[in-house]
Write a protein that binds this ligand. Structure first.
Ligand SMILES: NC(=O)c1ccc[n+]([C@@H]2O[C@H](COP(=O)([O-])OP(=O)(O)OC[C@H]3O[C@@H](n4cnc5c(N)ncnc54)[C@H](O)[C@@H]3O)[C@@H](O)[C@H]2O)c1
Length: 340
């Protein structure tokens, strides 16, 4: 490969525009040539904003474009698997937003197409590229806290998404907890064997009426003996709550929320500070740049991507198991759902 990579964006919505901004303004090796979106106005607006010469409605058109070497798939989740298969068949390298799909059979077909084509494939688990989480992984992997025993992830959104989004999201475990399932595997460096879920609807009855949950604790048993918890809420009134602790035989490591500033106001009555960064666009912005840079480096250097198809599949298995555990009120082994 040369020094630059020609890319096309598929899906110009919320996260698609974040990636477009980074590809154009933050990553010198990237050339963003085209955008496809089934909503032509979204494609056009994105092309104008980021100076792309081509805006089309059908993603097939960017796959036929010989100048395009890689695609960044940011369309709705239920379109990912089909687009991955088509992009792989066209010989394009692929960055795909999480989750690959909700269905393990479709995921397996998409990953088989990637394998057969021999293209680079990276899944958008951006939190792995966050400096704080990377430091926790480093401490665990390097034995800095001894043998890890316990892992706690707190992951709460500032407010629930619109109800139409909830209905199409695949449910809290595949939409939201999926990032935490990935983080759990990443931090501990071991696969999860069993999950047990306690969950309910505590924020908005409309979420329950849509068949989903908004409050959950998932207990994880890892193959290496570590016990973990993931604590999710769709609504933390004080903002995006993203904390982690890993406790081990030689100590513990903890990360707290990121704040827009470190100022503390002290008065006769109290100490006060500003709320944490409000949501993922603010909290994780640098991780989105870093994951895209890593994808482009992997393609240009021909090195393996840092988040693989296997890493994309495993949290979906965990999400399906977590829902089954809630429905059946019992611990569920991942191998009960492993094969779809
Ligand atoms: N990694 C993260 O932190 C993160 C954050 C947000 C969203 N996501 C994921 O990114 C994906 C998109 O989410 P979003 O919030 O940007 O949604 P969105 O609804 O804002 O945008 C999706 C866009 O895709 C377009 N689209 C739908 N089907 C298409 C198709 N067949 N071809 C081309 N375009 C198509 C829609 O018209 C829309 O403009 C989802 O899979 C979501 O799970 C990941």
């Amino acid at each position: 490969m040369g020094d630059t990579l020609n890319l096309a964006l598929i899906g110009a919505g919320r996260i698609g525009r974040v990636h477009a901004a980074h590809l154009v303004h933050r990553i010198p090796e990237a050339q963003l040539l085209a955008v496809a979106d089934v909503n032509p106005a979204a494609a056009q607006a994105c092309a104008e904003q980021y100076g792309m010469p081509v805006a089309v409605e059908a993603y097939q058109a960017v796959l036929e474009n010989r100048d395009v070497e890689a695609v960044v798939i940011c369309s709705a989740t239920d379109t990912h698997a089909e687009i991955i298969e088509a992009a792989a068949a066209a010989g394009k390298h692929i960055f795909c937003e999480k989750p690959i799909d909700f269905d393990l059979g479709r995921i397996d077909r998409a990953l088989a197409a990637v394998e057969a084509a021999g293209v680079t494939f990276q899944v958008g688990f951006n939190r792995r590229f966050d400096a704080n989480f990377q430091r926790v992984r480093e401490a665990v992997a390097g034995g800095e806290i001894g043998e890890p025993h316990l892992m706690h992830i707190v992951s709460r959104d500032p407010a629930p998404p619109p109800i139409d989004y909830v209905k199409a999201s695949g449910g809290i475990f595949l939409d939201m907890t999926i990032h935490d399932f990935d983080m759990a595997r990443f931090l501990i460096g071991s696969e999860v064997e069993t999950v047990y879920t306690a969950a309910g609807v505590r924020v908005d009855p409309a979420i329950g009426a849509a068949g989903d949950l908004d409050t959950a604790v998932v207990v994880l048993h890892f193959e290496n003996g570590v016990i973990g918890t993931i604590d999710n809420s769709r609504q933390a009134v004080y903002g995006y709550d993203q904390r982690v602790e890993v406790f081990g035989s030689g100590g513990s490591i903890r990360i707290d929320n990121n704040h827009p500033n470190t100022a503390v106001v002290s008065t006769a009555e109290h100490l006060r500070r500003d709320l944490p960064l409000n949501f993922f666009m603010d909290r994780y912005v640098e991780s989105y740049v870093a994951e895209m840079q890593a994808f482009i480096d992997a393609v240009l250097k021909g090195t393996p991507p840092s988040v693989t198809g296997r890493d994309g599949r495993a949290p979906v298995v965990m999400g399906l198991a977590a829902r089954r555990s809630f429905d059946e009120k019992r611990p569920v082994r991942l191998d009960e759902v492993q094969h779809g």
